[in-house]
Design a protein around this ligand. Sequence first.
Ligand SMILES: Cc1ncc(COP(=O)(O)O)c(C=O)c1O
Length: 377
Amino acid sequence: MIPYGKHIIDEDDISEVVKVLRGDWLTTGPIVTDFEHGVAKYIGVNEAVAVSSGTAALHAAMHALEIKPGDEVIVSPLTFAASANCIVYMGATPIFADIHPDTLLIDPESVIHKISKKTRAIIAVDFAGQTCDYVALKTICEEHNLKLVGDCCHSIGAKDEHGNSAGSLADISVLSFHPVKHITTGEGGMALTDEPELAKRMRSFRNHGINMDASARSEKCTWVYEMQELGYNYRITDIQCALGLSQLKKLNNFLKIRRQHAAKYKTLFLNHHEIKPLITKKDALHAFHLYIVKVPAHKRKAAFEGMRNQGFGVNVHYIPVHYHPYYMENFNTGPGLCPVAEEVYEGIMTLPLHPGMTERQVDSCAKGLDAILKTCP
Ligand SMILES: Cc1ncc(COP(=O)(O)O)c(C=O)c1O
């Protein structure tokens, strides 16, 4: 089976991890800080807080922005549930805004319609690997005094049409290092910001709400610390960050291969009457975490099964979050809330795309889909 996404771990990644295993600090040590500095520099932000997952980073972002029960936060429905769950963790209400049918990115016009007196923030999801319209979203945030969070779990390495890096375009941006993402730490995530106060709150939040972690206490030769607010254990280990640092060196090459494969798919599907790739924004740089095509909705299920049966690990990203039973039961969501996302969902399919694939495999996935669609009634 050619999976839709997969990590690449080489011997040099392994030896970096082994070095940490032989050292003194397995967690909250210097390699965590090195990884934070490495990612902050790559993206061009002042502060990076590494945590145990992208979900933990989203939760930390909500905490730092002081989202409270009774607040509303606007989010895209076509995303992984974690983008909305972080709002619920704070006792707040997720409000789903619709997406643009061509890019599947949150539609600023729909966001405006969903703003109420209770709205405190917007979570923009850089779906599939291209940046949302942060210029429009920032203008909305300034007009309505809202905070902006970028869920950039798909978009490390992307740039917007003005040359600005994904991860540097919101008050807080969030990355994931899950194995299907561009670079991996096994599990892991990071919250990025230019505001030291937000970074400080997120650092404390990842460590139970304690103001000084073990390495800071060791450096200051003190046992004293204070738990100033309620936090969690969202720490990431030096073992994981050693892998992350080693992977970071390869990120540009991984991105290059992803972009080459995406370009190949695009050429193969050019003017295809049934397979329509998503629109990529002109002058922007896509990170291609996912390669998504639209196929005729009535053929999607048969095409999905046909592809899987032939060894092509297709997937569907995503079931709209407001369709999940938890949201329907607790937030009274359901069909009709976001018509564009709902219609698009019926016909989307994710094709395999990762740097371990060969061009021939891209070719066979594309030709496989074309052949299977011809047999679908
Ligand atoms: C858009 C998006 N947000 C958040 C997450 C959560 O990241 P993690 O799996 O690292 O918790 C993911 C992971 O798949 C994601 O795709």
